[in-house]
Design a protein around this ligand. Structure first.
Ligand code: DGJ
Length: 551
């Protein structure tokens, strides 16, 4: 059975080679994977950084250089190298649409605009219509050709990787949407926009109205009150950019669903697509490097928060939708894309400490199956931000997967670095896990506080696994109790990374628990500042077991 998603108490787990698998991922730069020669020097570095999954792009132009002629030699060599280094792959299919553009479409597609119609933009009536470097999603020939090529890729993977399962998921297209305008204005697009809204779409919106996210209802109140039938998009949903975006979301979703369906028919593994998110901070540069406060600045029609439910209704061949989180609020996006037990995979995020800290929130609170810092193969040699975090994640993966399978409560959190003399940007966190309230705050020191991050698992009614550094936990009984204390806090070390077996390294007490008041998970380099007594013991393993009691 190919890699697949399996429901568990806390959501889903990814099953690879018959066993639950948690990605310690990174996304390669756009074209790195096209060259096995380039990748030969990359694999050892990924392994050194404790990465077990590479998100790697494969371009339509690379696999179908001529119509109907397919070349998978480079892919096969990369598969062999990945296996040799024990690294799994999530392939990114750069087909018709890559950041809105068609730059990875084959030359025989690019040079035939008659057969493969382009998107046309005209941001305002005074502007001239612009034929874009984007394929129009209203072009049947493009959708058919892309779907056929993707089907060939997935059929090839079924043949050469069906047993090995090196490839564990596939992203279909990349950050699709129209840039520079709110919708496509090509002749076929104009005809579709004026034609009656497909009745099946109206039916789907009506049937799902109770589960649609609040943004879609806010933008289109008629969904709840009853949509007009038999009218064009502007007459049904109202004129304006939001309707343009909704129109594009429907048609991009149908296009990508056709491509994904063709591939899944050949090799059924988890498929998804990603979104360049709507964010108040934006870059108006062409190509949509990141962010965008309005459709057309971010790719209009992509699975962003305003229309992600349209994708869920109209692209059933996709198992889930994924946020590329750079400028949008990390926690808000994790919540939106994981809501209602949906699978959370973050294909792109920052690759620095800022990004690494947030990984624990995605994993601990939102059940992420993967978080992939972008550009992991071009990090400066000494940069160890993600390596440090992924080394710890490797050690606690068995415990986290076990907790998810059993439905044990987990939480993840972070405390950002901040300059001395400025306000702490990261508020303390309060959770109720089982019968206990937890107050989780940055570790107090006499010098400048270090960044903090962590994962907490309620492993038994009175016991917690604490992971991470730079924080402390104050417990109180959720019910009425006159006293709550720490019975013991044991620093643990993993003796078998495969099984996650641990043994106690040190019993922590006295200074290390503030005389039993807090379970302190110190940073590995606490700053004692002016204080002459070194009471803050540096963390060694960043893993501890804490047992609490109350009366
Ligand atoms: C988001 C895209 O998905 C990536 O492929 C890459 O182009 C980055 N933007 C660059 O900012």
């Amino acid at each position: 059975m190919p890699p697949h998603l399996r429901p568990v108490s806390a959501g889903h787990e990814l099953v690879v080679n018959g066993r639950p698998f948690l990605c310690r991922a990174g996304e390669l730069n756009n074209s790195s994977f096209s060259s096995p020669a380039h990748m030969a020097s990359v694999w050892p570095d990924l392994a050194r950084r404790h990465i077990n999954t590479a998100f790697a792009a494969i371009g339509w132009e690379d696999v179908e250089p001529a119509p109907g002629v397919f070349d998978f030699a480079a892919l096969d060599e990369n598969l062999a190298q990945a296996r040799q280094h024990g690294i799994k792959l999530v392939l990114l299919w750069f087909g018709s649409h890559k950041n809105g553009h068609m730059s990875y479409a084959p030359s025989w597609v690019k040079t035939d605009p008659e057969r493969f119609a382009r998107c046309v933009t005209r941001p305002d009536a005074s502007a001239l219509a612009k034929v874009c470097d984007y394929l129009s999603v209203f072009c049947v020939a493009s959708a058919d050709a892309d779907a056929a090529a993707f089907a060939q890729l997935m059929s090839h993977l079924a043949k050469v990787d069906g047993d090995e399962e090196t490839v564990i998921m596939v992203q279909v297209e990349n950050e699709v949407g129209v840039l520079g305008d709110t919708r496509d204005r090509s002749p076929a697009a104009e005809a579709a926009f004026a034609a009656p809204v497909p009745p099946d779409f109206i039916d789907a919106l009506h049937s799902a109205r109770d589960t649609l996210n609040e943004l879609l209802h806010a933008n289109f109140p008629a969904i709840a009150s009853g949509l007009r039938r038999g009218a064009g998009w502007a007459d049904t949903f109202g004129p304006g950019p939001l309707t343009d975006e909704l129109f594009m979301a429907y048609h991009y979703a149908r296009y990508v669903d056709q491509v994904a369906s063709a591939g899944k028919a050949q090799h059924a593994m988890p498929l998804f697509t990603n979104a360049a998110l709507r964010a108040t901070r934006h870059t108006a540069r062409d190509g949509g490097v990141g962010g965008g406060a309005a459709p057309g600045i971010y790719p209009s029609g992509g699975p962003v928060d305003t229309v992600v439910d349209v994708w869920r209704l109209c692209a059933p061949a996709l198992d889930f939708l994924s946020p590329d989180i750079y400028f949008a609020d990390y926690a808000t996006m994790c919540d939106l894309y994981s809501r209602n037990r949906r699978v959370l995979v973050i294909p792109e995020q920052r690759r620095d400490e800022y990004g690494a800290l947030r990984t624990w929130l995605a994993l601990g609170t939102y059940g992420a199956l993967a978080t992939a810092p972008f550009g992991i193969d071009t990090l400066p040699p000494g940069d160890t931000a993600f390596a440090r975090h992924y080394a710890l994640l490797r050690d606690v993966t068995p415990a986290l997967l076990d907790a998810r399978r059993k439905g044990l409560p987990t939480r993840g959190f972070f405390f950002d670095a901040f300059p001395p003399g400025t306000n702490d940007p990261s508020p303390k966190q309060e959770y109720t896990l089982g019968q206990w309230r937890l107050n989780v705050e940055r570790q107090p020191v006499f010098g400048h506080p270090a960044p903090g991050y962590g994962l907490i698992i309620l492993t038994a009614p009175d016991a917690f696994l604490l992971v991470g550094e730079g924080y402390q936990v104050t417990f109180s009984a959720a019910s009425s109790a006159t006293f709550t204390g720490i019975l013991r806090l044991d620093e643990k070390e993993v003796v078998n990374a495969e099984t996650g077996e641990m043994r106690t390294l040190r019993r922590l007490n006295g200074d290390e628990t503030h005389c039993g008041k807090q379970a302190v998970m110190p940073s590995q380099c606490p700053d004692d500042g002016w204080y002459p007594i070194p009471i803050n013991v540096p963390s060694k393993t960043r893993i501890a077991e804490c047992v609490v009691y109350s009366f």
